[in-house]
Design a protein around this ligand. Structure first.
Ligand SMILES: [Zn+2]
Length: 465
């Protein structure tokens, strides 16, 4: 039975979606004013792994992840650079999609705020009519005192701790938050019944999640620093409008990415842009490394950790590659030894260990321990040249890799392999003729394409990295 840690109840709960096998999941996406950094990637990969595990458990997941493409930060960045806010938003939205696709994170629906202004206005209008929001000269605010359950997600019950946003004298209480902000001169605006302006941040997520997932849904995710005020406010707005409770059944939050023990954040200036990281490491190394720590725990960034991850994934792939070759050349035996029969059931039990670990709030470090057990079994199969053991280990690894998506080297066709062999032959000839510079050029160019060469006296072996 799958159990998940629900921030709302602060405990592990059995996972029972509202309308199984459907799981509706919303994850807060980026505000597109700068490069996505490795801390963001951590959250997005974590929820992608959660999604893919739910899929192999037989659920069908609809995953929505928004893009905040209008915000104070975007407006400020545009002013700094002397370009339009839309140029900034478009540039970083494109980069975000590109990086996410490389990391194999592909939400089903990617709603953008500026394409949901009418829906947001309708949401706010409804809150005003129901008495939960009020109009002032500077904008529309949510009346927190009207909503009795405020503080339930964060556990912050002391009103003095609720103050948020900059002080605005129009507000009834310092802890009321903006639903609609009237535009100041020079700022972008949309027409509304109240003033020319733009939506507040929190209302966007309530509007877009309910538009695509309904008035109640199963999972809402995001990084831990969004619990207060962002998610607290989302709950208040949505429960106020829809009259449902709980609005979202399971609140899941990912832990911080830290560097030298401090939270990675733009404001502290200790971020590592993902685009920089991808120049140094293969995306699969990054995805693998991100999956090795439990999504709720803090994860410390270091270059050393990534170097280790690179080596570890290389070792994993060498075994997987050898298993694939063993199965390709191997032939089924007529009967198996007791040892082989034991190994086949051991593969099954390790596969179950993977599921047990993931069933316990998606415990990926323990799940990886099971994978390493399978790889050891795979190496034993290779030593004993056991086709049957190699085959069943691969069967288990393939199931698991529907979640991690890093174990198997990218698919290459036979044609590509033939071309590589041709180049290796040409290089061999060049070496015979002592044309070292050309031989080295071929080696370096192949290396860039992910093909490693290993010279052993007159022969050269090659493999995909
Ligand atoms: Zn959000």
């Amino acid at each position: 039975m799958l159990k998940v840690f629900n921030t709302l109840s602060r405990r592990l709960e059995p996972f029972k979606p509202l309308e199984p096998p459907l799981v509706r999941m919303y994850v807060c996406g980026p505000t597109v004013y700068d490069h996505s950094h490795v801390g963001h990637a951590r959250t997005w990969v974590a929820f992608d792994i959660i999604k893919k595990y739910l899929m192999i458990k037989g659920y069908f997941v609809i995953h929505v992840q928004n893009i905040t493409d209008i915000d104070d930060k975007i407006i400020n960045r545009a002013k700094e650079e002397g370009v339009s806010w839309k140029d900034i938003a478009d540039k970083y939205t494109a980069e975000y999609f590109d990086l996410m696709a490389k990391l194999k994170v592909m939400p089903n629906i990617n709603p953008r705020v500026t394409e949901h202004i009418d829906d947001i206005i309708e949401f706010i209008q409804d809150l005003i009519e129901k008495g939960y929001a009020y109009v002032t000269n500077s904008g529309v605010y949510f009346d927190v005192d009207k909503y009795p359950y405020y503080g339930q997600l964060s556990g912050i019950k002391d009103k003095k701790m609720w103050s948020q946003e900059t002080f605005v004298k129009d507000k009834k209480n310092p802890y009321d938050f903006a639903l609609w902000k009237c535009a100041k001169p020079g700022e972008p605006w949309w027409d509304s019944p109240w003033c020319k302006g733009r939506p507040g941040w929190h209302i966007e997520c309530s509007t877009m999640s309910s538009k695509y997932l309904g008035k109640q849904f199963d999972i809402h995710g995001g990084a831990r620093d969004l619990i207060f005020p962002h998610h607290e406010n989302e709950i208040a707005q949505s429960e106020a409008r829809f009259g449902v409770r709980p609005w979202v059944k399971y609140w899941l939050h990912s832990g911080y990415m830290t560097m030298k023990g401090e939270k990675m954040s733009k404001s502290l200036g200790n971020i590592v842009p993902l685009i920089e990281l991808m120049k140094k490491y293969d995306v699969d190394v990054i995805r693998y490394w991100l999956s090795t720590s439990h999504y709720r725990s803090e994860m410390e960034f270091s270059w050393n950790a990534l170097d280790e991850a690179k080596k570890a994934l290389e070792r994993i792939r060498i075994t997987v590659d050898a298993l694939l070759k063993e199965v390709e050349k191997g032939s089924p035996k007529g009967s198996l030894s007791d040892d082989e029969i034991n190994k086949i059931y051991k593969a099954y039990s390790l596969r179950n260990s993977f599921h047990e670990a993931m069933d316990n709030d998606f415990n990926t470090p323990k799940a990886w321990a099971a994978v390493h057990g399978l790889l050891r079994l795979g190496n034993e199969a290779l030593e004993g040249e056991s086709y049957e053991t190699a085959l069943i280990v691969l069967q288990a690894l393939r199931e698991i890799d529907r979640v991690f998506e890093v174990l198997f080297p990218p698919q290459r066709t036979k044609d590509v392999e033939s071309f590589i062999e041709l180049l290796v032959e040409v290089r061999k000839e060049l070496r015979k003729r002592k044309m070292w510079d050309l031989a080295d050029m071929i080696r370096n160019e192949l290396d860039k394409l992910g093909v490693a060469l290993l010279d052993r006296s007159s022969e050269t072996e090659w493999r995909f990295k």
